[in-house]
Design a protein around this ligand. Structure first.
Ligand code: AKG
Length: 282
């Protein structure tokens, strides 16, 4: 793992808030993700959120698959993903925050609007890390796109998932500035993206501004994002008009702003708890 997460990769992650590591995931782990995706798609109890539901460009998202798919849970305990995140964040301890499938399973699916993730999360701190992996080969224009360096700048309001075509309405509609219309003025921003193969991993800060490519030339774009945090992350509030994402009822009854983000909603991944480790099963 040290040969993949080199000091140069760590420096880029911290400076730019995004870094690509090619062929970092063995096909076994891709198979596990594919099995997890099949399980959540076939499970009628798992809520599927549909974006752009009224248009041909509809795509689906499912969040916190860790709870409903054993494959995603095993991926997080058994694969090197959490170890890579530990190195990138500089934290020996790693907690799970959330995971999300983004399923664009046809040509003509829309873009995921430009946004940051941290406005939706009740968190503050530096040791935050997301990873994004595609199960399908993607041309550069269909990849997840990023604006490096923006993790150190303003936190903007998110887009409203019920109105993704209108980013100007905001998620909370109060308390945070509205993101500029990046898509309408792309040439004014330093946008980066890559041609990708399954197994390539994009690590980013959830505060880095990003937006998801459509399915133009690639008819299929099935991606998994995982978000984790390290020891310096604390509970923080967000504007009260909407709950944070994913829903965590009761969290605010137990934590006050500035408390370390410790709760059963966020299980520890590293060090691997004894009951989840290979070789410790009695
Ligand atoms: O894959 C996409 O289109 C969106 C991904 C995303 O927004 C994320 O991983 O936070």
């Amino acid at each position: 793992m040290d040969d993949l997460i080199t000091q140069e990769v760590i420096d880029t992650f911290r400076e730019d808030g995004v870094v690509l590591v090619r062929q970092a995931l063995h096909p076994d782990w891709l198979m596990l993700i594919e099995m997890g995706l099949a399980r959540v798609l076939g499970d009628s109890a798992v809520a599927k959120h549909r974006f752009f539901a009224e248009t041909e460009g509809e795509f689906q998202e499912t969040v916190r698959n860790f709870d409903s798919a054993i494959e995603i849970k095993r991926l997080l305990y058994d694969s090197p993903i959490a170890d890579m995140m530990a190195r990138l964040m500089g934290s020996d301890e790693v907690w799970y925050y959330s995971d999300e499938f983004f399923i664009k399973d046809d040509a003509g699916c829309e873009r995921t609007p430009w946004h940051q993730d941290t406005p939706y999360f009740p968190v503050a701190g530096e040791q935050l890390c997301s990873v994004w992996v595609t199960l399908d080969p993607l041309p550069e224009e269909d990849c997840l796109e990023f604006i490096p360096g923006t993790h150190k700048e303003t936190m903007f309001d998110g887009f409203n998932p019920q109105k993704p075509e209108d980013p100007s309405s905001g998620f909370y509609g109060e308390g945070l500035p509205i993101l500029p219309d990046i898509q309408a003025d792309r040439q004014s921003f330093n946008i980066v993206s890559w041609e990708l193969q399954p197994g390539d991993l994009i690590f980013s800060s959830p505060s880095t501004i990003h937006g998801g490519g459509p399915t133009g030339s690639a008819a299929r774009r099935r991606a998994l994002a995982i978000r984790c945090f390290g020891a310096d992350v604390v509970y923080a509030t967000r504007p009260p008009s909407r709950p944070t994402v994913p829903l965590t009822p009761g969290l605010s009854r137990h934590l006050k702003p500035g408390d370390p983000l410790r709760s059963p909603w966020y299980p520890p991944l590293r060090p691997v708890p004894a009951g989840e480790a290979y070789g410790n099963r009695g």
